[in-house]
Design a protein around this ligand. Structure first.
Ligand code: SF4
Ligand code: SF4
Length: 277
């Protein structure tokens, strides 16, 4: 082989054509010198964790740098953001750029999956964004804490009931940006719902029903699958709140089961929903 020809690496996704002068650096040292010294180790660990996830290799398959992903991205129309940018950083193993990206831009994506549908390389781009976000939560990065803080109430209902919103959350007073019209409309909401010929919309309470047993099973899954560990990192108060509710609901369920087994409860006395307790 002639001396000036660079051999292809085993994994073509890591062809570093733009930065041949960095070839002599070790994997750990690559691009890290541009980051503040106190963030280098964390950035390196973060990127290693993302790359070690089995989904990373499945989702990232290569990149033509064609820009099709960014051209159809709604977030790229409004923000200094683009999925191609992220894929290129990943392809170049650019720890410093990935670190900057995950600390701000990654949260601009609306998860519409347009980029994934259009990529000629079949990259699962939106999945890679989810991966970065998931690890941002696991690593309790400040950007993840900031972004999730306003969603505390939504997270609370997802974790305890399995629903994102409950009817009592949809109060126009809580959403002044809806304007005065929404307040007027909401006064007649019962009448409007009856006018819609879909049973469920006339009985919205059914859509948010969660029995005591369902609620306990749901929270057990959240704790045992590690979701609550991630929540603990970004919002310890929410973690404490859900933990208390979990313990309370579990003992309520145990008590009911015991009474039922001992024949102390009639069927009509059984609670229909945890809201009844
Ligand atoms: S999933 Fe995110 S990155 Fe992809 S097109 Fe939609 S907003 Fe853009
Ligand atoms: S559409 Fe696919 S191949 Fe084209 S720039 Fe985006 S990630 Fe790369």
């Amino acid at each position: 082989m002639p001396q000036n020809v660079i051999p292809l690496p085993d994994d073509p996704r890591y062809m570093d054509l733009s930065y041949p002068e960095q070839g002599a650096l070790t994997e750990e040292e690559r691009n890290l010198d541009t980051l503040p010294p106190d963030q280098r180790e964390l950035a390196r660990k973060f990127w290693q964790a993302v790359k070690s996830d089995f989904r990373f290799n499945e989702y990232l398959r290569g990149c033509l740098n064609c820009g099709v992903c960014t051209s159809g991205c709604p977030a790229a129309k409004f923000y200094d953001y683009g999925p191609r940018e992220m894929i290129q950083y990943m392809m170049r193993d650019a720890v410093d750029r990935i670190w900057e990206f995950v600390n701000k831009k990654v949260w601009a994506c609306v998860q519409c999956y347009t980029c994934s549908m259009r990529c000629p390389f079949n990259n699962e781009i939106a999945g890679l964004i989810m991966l970065l976000r998931e690890y941002a939560v696991q690593f309790a990065l400040p950007s993840a804490k900031e972004i999730l803080a306003p969603y505390r109430r939504v997270l609370y209902t997802v974790l305890t009931l399995g629903n994102q919103v409950t009817p009592d959350m949809i109060q126009p007073e809580a959403f002044p940006d809806w304007g005065p019209q929404a307040v007027e409309e909401s006064k007649n909401m019962d009448v409007y719902r009856k006018a819609i010929p879909v049973d469920l919309l006339q009985r919205t309470d059914i859509g948010w029903h969660a029995s005591l047993q369902t609620a306990v099973e749901l929270m057990t899954i959240m704790f045992e699958s590690g979701v609550m560990d991630a929540i603990k990192n970004v919002d310890p108060d929410l973690y404490d709140m859900v933990s208390d509710i979990y313990e309370e609901r579990k003992s309520q369920l145990e008590e009911i089961r015991e009474k039922w087994m001992n024949g102390e409860l009639k069927e009509e006395d059984l609670p229909d929903s945890w809201l009844d307790l």
